[in-house]
Design a protein around this ligand. Structure first.
Ligand code: SAH
Ligand code: SF4
Ligand code: F3S
Length: 467
């Protein structure tokens, strides 16, 4: 039995079904189209697939052209200032659609609108926005659309007091071979720079049986790449009765038939256990890529970030993964210019980067987030942050290029991702270690595994010939 309090009740979901019926009646026969703009991480991508699922259910056609939409929704991110600025500029651009056609409905959701000051800003400065709501209220989208169609009062809701999981929402998946599977929501870690715990609420895990049913269904339908999503998947199950772990979940997934890869997004080093590493190493499904956010190589900064591991512990996890999983690849997240970061602290980061030799790095210049502890700490000057960022990129590019050159001459299995944007006959694919491989072909093998012989490489990709 699981903690019943973690789930949205059947009655509440039934209420939303009634709103869906009301919308269907209102828009029937009108050929209404909906446009959803998604910013932010995979959690938001996954949420947008649920949003599109609900929209299709009530009769909207999904469009990629905002100018022809009757319903526009921006699913926002708040992780850095840049993400918020982009969201506000997109919302701003929607103004003239409403001016041309007052029947258009405009909504905003996601992490940015889970913050009071942003919700109020939209309410007061963007009068044409019909509603905005926080991340935990996603399942109430039908209710918000319905009241906007009735031209009722504008609605601005932050989040529920105790965010819960809504099971059973329809998912309109973008891809027919690559899928996100949320295994948990929220975060308990309160890293001092990060807004996520404030906008996504506390950790709550889905029931293992619901996750396994979803993975089984995807595998049965031929999905080839399944990413288990959560802000810290390593603490999966702590809130469930019986306390199943991420290792238990991986071991159960290992028993599911099908030719698919498994990715974890994201693992927190403080909870990376040997059981989890063993469950990855022994899995029947390829799990050869590990994203392990480091943030900083300095013990002092890691402490001030509230990360609960040090450089030595991080290196020992990397060693364990390298020794147990053959040809494992590593990626990481780095924050440059966290408050108090000195030249020596930054050099600790460069040192660990040279020691681990990551395949690639997502590096970010620290962006102060209102409401987080680091916002009030003494800031590093902008020009110092930018100079360090450039140095980090230069060193990492060299390492990535060296690693990529070692692939030349090898034949590797890749999952084909589709045509490259720039070149008609060139396809893009990913290795089991999540490295990008471009190759030429007259045949479209999108969504299948093929073998490619690598002929050359650069910092960002491998290039090869289909075998
Ligand atoms: N839950 C994941 C991270 C989610 S956010 C984890 O703990 O690993 C993705 C990345 O954004 C983080 O790893 C961090 O590197 C970066 N990030 C978060 N807050 C930031 C901020 N205020 N400024 C700059 N980068 C930030
Ligand atoms: Fe943010 Fe830290 Fe939670 Fe990741 S673990 S979402 S960085 S607070
Ligand atoms: Fe952004 Fe929210 Fe993800 S803040 S990074 S969309 S969890």
């Amino acid at each position: 039995m699981n903690n019943i309090n973690s789930f949205v009740s059947g009655e509440e979901l039934l209420l939303q079904e009634r709103y869906k019926n009301d919308i269907r009646k209102k828009i029937q026969g009108r050929g209404y189209k909906a446009f959803v703009f998604t910013l932010g991480c995979q959690q938001n991508e996954a949420d947008s697939e649920r949003i599109r699922g609900m929209l299709k259910e009530v009769g909207y056609t999904i469009t990629e052209k905002e100018e022809e939409a009757d319903f526009l929704l921006v699913n926002t991110c708040a992780i850095r200032e840049h993400a918020e600025r982009r969201a506000l500029s997109i919302i701003g651009r929607f103004k003239h659609y409403k001016a041309k056609n007052p029947d258009i409905v405009i909504g905003v959701c996601g992490c940015m609108t889970a913050q009071q000051h942003r919700s109020e800003q939209i309410k007061h400065s963007y009068h044409y926005v019909d509603f905005a709501f926080g991340t935990s209220l996603l399942y109430r989208l039908p209710e918000f659309i319905n009241s906007a169609l009735e031209k009722g009062k504008r609605r601005f809701l932050l989040d529920s007091e105790k965010p819960q999981i809504a099971e059973g929402l329809k998912i309109a998946r973008e891809s027919s071979y690559k899928a996100w599977v949320s295994i948990m929501y929220g975060c308990n870690n309160f890293c001092t720079y990060c807004i996520v715990p404030y906008v996504r609420g506390r950790e709550r895990s889905r029931n293992m049986c619901d996750i396994l049913a979803e993975v089984r269904d995807l595998a049965g339908r031929g999905y080839r790449d399944i990413t288990l999503l959560g802000q810290n998947v390593n603490s999966y199950g702590k809130d469930l009765e019986g306390k199943p772990t991420i290792a238990d979940l991986l071991n159960e997934i290992s028993k599911i038939d099908g030719d698919f890869m498994i990715h974890l997004m994201t693992s927190h080093p403080k909870d990376a256990s040997s059981e989890m590493i063993d469950a990855l190493a022994n899995n029947t499904h390829a799990t050869k890529h590990f994203h392990l956010p480091l943030q900083s190589g300095s013990d002092k900064i890691l402490k001030s970030m509230n990360r609960h591991y040090d450089k030595a512990r991080y290196l020992s996890i990397v060693d364990e993964l390298k020794s147990k999983i053959k040809d494992v690849t590593f990626t990481t997240d780095i924050i440059v210019g966290f408050p108090g970061e000195t030249e020596e602290d930054f050099e600790e980061t460069l040192d660990i980067i040279k020691r681990v030799r990551f395949d690639s790095i997502f590096s970010f210049i620290y962006s102060p987030r209102k409401g987080t502890p680091a916002y009030d700490m003494e800031q590093v000057p902008e020009e110092v942050k930018h100079a360090r960022y450039d140095r980090l990129c230069e060193i990492q590019n060299e390492i990535a290029n060296e690693i990529n050159q070692t692939y030349v001459g090898k034949t590797i299995r890749v999952l084909v991702d589709g045509k490259s944007k720039n070149n008609e006959n060139v396809y893009t694919s990913r290795t089991e270690g999540n490295k990008i491989v471009h190759f030429e072909s007259d045949l479209d093998d999108t969504g299948t595994f093929i073998n490619v012989k690598i002929t050359r490489a650069d910092t960002f990709a491998l290039y090869g010939e289909k075998i």
